[in-house]
Design a protein around this ligand. Sequence first.
Ligand SMILES: Cc1cc2nc3c(=O)[nH]c(=O)nc-3n(C[C@H](O)[C@H](O)[C@H](O)COP(=O)(O)OP(=O)(O)OC[C@H]3O[C@@H](n4cnc5c(N)ncnc54)[C@H](O)[C@@H]3O)c2cc1C
Length: 464
Amino acid sequence: MASLALKTFVGLRYYTADHHRHHPTSLSKPTTTHKRLHIIAGKSSPKITGRNLRVAVVGGGPAGGAAAETLAKGGIETYLIERKLDNCKPCGGAIPLCMVGEFDLPLDIIDRRVTKMKMISPSNVAVDIGQTLKPHEYIGMVRREILDSYLRDRAASSGAAVINGLFLKMDKPKTSDEPYVLHYTGYDSKTGGAGERRKLEVDAVIGADGANSRVAKSIEAGDYEYAIAFQERIKIPDEKMQYYENLAEMYVGDDVSPDFYGWVFPKCDHVAVGTGTVTHKGDIKKFQTATRHRARDKILGGRIIRVEAHPIPEHPRPRRIADRVALVGDAAGYVTKCSGEGIYFAAKSGRMCAEAIVEGSENGKRMVEEGDLRKYLEKWDKMYWPTYKVLDVLQKVFYRSNPAREAFVEMCADKYVQKMTFDSYLYKKVAPGNPLEDLKLAVNTIGSLVRANALRREMEKMSV
Ligand SMILES: Cc1cc2nc3c(=O)[nH]c(=O)nc-3n(C[C@H](O)[C@H](O)[C@H](O)COP(=O)(O)OP(=O)(O)OC[C@H]3O[C@@H](n4cnc5c(N)ncnc54)[C@H](O)[C@@H]3O)c2cc1C
């Protein structure tokens, strides 16, 4: 069953034709000279004269950076509004290998290439799960302040105007060709530290402003259930750091989280130790202490250099498009359950939404309408809905009790499971299975779960 589920863990591999170089941020007015996405189509929406379509992207994380770059390259007058240009998003920073290729990420922005992963059970049984990786395969570990500013800079060098501003609200148009008026506080050398209230008129808006999205509120997109994730960056002695050089750890158990996992991820000169939960948010610090405790021998002598926490969406918002406004990334709710992965999906959704706008507007020459933006949504749901569903099921089956988690870790020792899991994670595509191995795995999985249930019943009896 798990194998079938893993095989449904789909996504498509996609490569950009262009190869970019790293350029410094430009704060100049958007230019439309970098047109590499060319659309030829026939459409009836009104032509725009004397200028190109204007789009504001609110939020400069992976979703916003990727969206702004694609828009600018596609001939759109693009504005990227980010409240904090040195923002350091609380995040584990693990990215799949395919993201490096699809988004042409230079290797020097990747702190560590993880090739070994330990999955550690409630009773501290550790299983190595990177054994099937090929020599060139790895999980990338990035610091978000580095990744996000790289993507924003690249959007700027493609022609987007990056505005250092806090988006406040927007006035919606009354007719199909009136603009949206965005209100924001601008921070730049002219305003000093205080900021200045400003307005920006645009034809369409992409909300890439994360889990607490104000754009989502503006379009009454509705709420989602969320997890709270907590993380400490810990500087550990050099000899301890050697152990984590290319190794990440995942801890499961009631102590570290009732419904998620605890992690130790290696960064440039420190480790990130964290955990998350949806069901027991008030106990998050207790779970964090337990995660640190489980890793205690390996991080002994460490010094906490940063403490961070942030919500993680659990599912998409009820509404992701309204008129000429679309939500992407965490603002839309695109984090997978079970793994808590959202960086790749944020960048990918930002790019896909921008492509739909470029296409719908014929490279910025025509006005867009809701139907153009909906194309992004249809494509997205078709590509990724099964992935979200499968991970949802896996989380419900394997994270529900300590015996089930022991079964899960036991199952992870199987090389076939490792290969299927890594292929799905690293490439976001269907991993071709082997019928005989599938059958073997199904039998083993059922065996593990039966043992897990028997163990749980025994434990319940003991606690009566
Ligand atoms: C502790 C933790 C660990 C995680 N670990 C991983 C991991 O290892 N791998 C993984 O893939 N995912 C991980 N995630 C999830 C991942 O961080 C998110 O899915 C991802 O950051 C979403 O990107 P985004 O661009 O949609 O939003 P964000 O990264 O949240 O970016 C939103 C941007 O908008 C800006 N902004 C917000 N409001 C405004 C406003 N009003 N005006 C202007 N700008 C605004 C913010 O400053 C920010 O830069 C983790 C999350 C947490 C909390």
